[in-house]
Design a protein around this ligand. Structure first.
Ligand code: NAD
Length: 417
């Protein structure tokens, strides 16, 4: 259970059940897709700075590898549970399938509080966790990446530990690495950039002029601040942004870069002088054309769903809308770009990074962004077409497309033995 008392794995299973019915999925196939292929739980003994030994618990779950190697981030958080990792691994399978990249789904996590650990402790934890899961990861079978509270430095330690064990450099074992050791141009902005490409397509479909659109962004971290910057460049008016401490609101518009600079200096956007303070709760309920939740899960719930006034919601974050809220928003005909589509730009450029690493041939940022635009626009239009044809919302259509692709690959490969 997470802190809202919701078990994410039960949500993932329920979603699969609903979609299975809609696409008339064979019951045996449904049974296969319900179960993760592999779950590994490891104990990670770490010598802490005070000389004492602490044992952490870590997980790596591979949900499905039918369409290619397993792919998914590693999360360091005190509330990580096996069920959360299982749910996130399943969502990764659907995310890779919906954008048509040749990967299956995985996720990893370590129960720890990285904010209370030194850099040395984090390095020792990462290296020992890597060596405990080394039996199932590798460039051909399972490729980790950053997730909540893990970053390029942590990816570099994973790459180094894996490479040292193999006796040569293996850049393809992780993505989200620093550029100096085989990272990709454009990876840092990829999630937000991919999200903005889907918003452009949605605006075109709904006949909303981006140059006159108003935007609200919840969460001003990597995904949120870059999305605000790119939407600002498109001519949209950013009227409110927030972080964990509160928000800033100015109906005349906020300069996305100036406020980022302010956040870097002061730690928060909340007291930005060219705007008035607004709480996160009020911010979500503002009248706007485009709302981008880019913070945490379960932000729009059955409590506030009927007060949401946005025309488009683009889920840069994973799971910001609860299933009950989804139904309310759907009745209000709010156009939702679901997380497995809206934030798939990150894993797409991770795929580019892996391809570049395997070929030892690196592309320019322009080339990365052009290829990303192609993949995101194609995926958006495939989902939109299915949603109109089957008269279902975009989330259901995205899941229908993804589950059908994984099921088709499984059927064609057949069951061993
Ligand atoms: P981040 O840590 O860089 O930023 C998160 C931001 O949210 C911070 O500004 C934080 O202050 C803010 N925040 C935290 N709690 C909040 C609250 N209650 N209300 C408002 N703001 C709050 O993280 P990120 O990488 O930008 O990820 C954000 C979301 O996007 C997560 O759900 C993540 O899973 C998802 N996502 C990120 C990527 C990626 O490549 N970065 C890819 C796919 C999905």
């Amino acid at each position: 259970m997470n802190k809202e008392g919701i078990n994410p794995y039960q949500i993932a299973l329920k979603q699969l059940e609903e979609v299975a019915e809609k696409i008339d999925l064979d019951s045996g196939m449904h049974e296969i897709l319900k179960h993760p292929k592999r779950e590994l739980t490891v104990s990670i003994p770490v010598k802490m700075d005070d000389g004492k030994i602490k044992v952490f618990t870590g997980y790596r779950v591979q949900h499905n590898v039918t369409r290619g190697p397993a792919k998914g981030g590693i999360r360091y958080h005190p509330q990580v549970t096996l069920d959360e990792v299982k749910a996130l691994a399943m969502w990764m399978t659907w995310k890779c399938a919906v954008v048509g990249i040749p990967y299956g789904g995985a996720k990893g996590g370590v129960v720890c509080d990285p904010k209370k650990m030194s850099s040395g402790e984090l390095e020792r934890l990462t290296r020992r966790y890597t060596s405990e899961i080394i039996i199932i990861i590798g460039p051909e079978c399972d490729i980790p990446a950053p997730d909540v509270y893990t970053n390029p430095q942590i990816m570099a330690w994973i790459m180094d530990t894996y490479s040292t064990n193999r006796g040569h450099s293996v850049p393809g074992v992780v993505t989200g690495k620093p550029l100096a050791i085989g990272g990709s141009e454009g990876r840092e902005e990829a999630t937000a950039r991919g999200c903005v490409y889907t918003i452009e397509n949605a605006a075109k479909h709904l006949e909303i002029d981006m140059r006159e659109a108003t935007v609200v962004v919840q969460g001003y971290g990597n995904a949120g601040s870059v999305a605000a910057k790119l939407l600002h460049q498109e001519g949209c008016k950013i009227i409110a942004v927030s972080d964990s401490q509160g928000g800033a609101y100015n109906p005349k518009g906020i300069d996305s870069l100036k406020i980022l600079d302010y956040k870097r200096k002061t730690g928060s956007v909340k007291a930005y002088k060219e705007a008035e303070f607004i709480s996160n709760k009020e911010l979500l309920e503002l009248e706007c054309d485009i709302l981008v939740p880019a913070a945490l899960e379960s932000q729009i719930t059955k409590e506030n769903a009927d007060r949401i006034k946005a025309k488009i919601i683009a889920e840069a974050a994973n799971g910001p809308i609860t299933p009950e809220a989804d139904k309310v928003l759907s009745e209000k005909e709010i156009f939702i770009i679901p997380d497995i589509l809206a934030n798939a730009g990150g894993v797409t450029v991770s795929y580019f990074e892996w391809v570049q690493g395997l070929q030892a041939y690196f592309w320019s940022e322009r080339e990365v962004n052009l290829k990303l635009r192609d993949i995101m626009s194609k995926a958006f239009n495939n989902v939109l077409r299915l949603s109109l044809e089957k008269k279902v919302d975009m989330r259901t259509a995205a899941l229908m497309l993804a589950v059908s692709r994984v099921a088709e690959a499984t059927r064609i490969r057949g069951l061993y033995p």
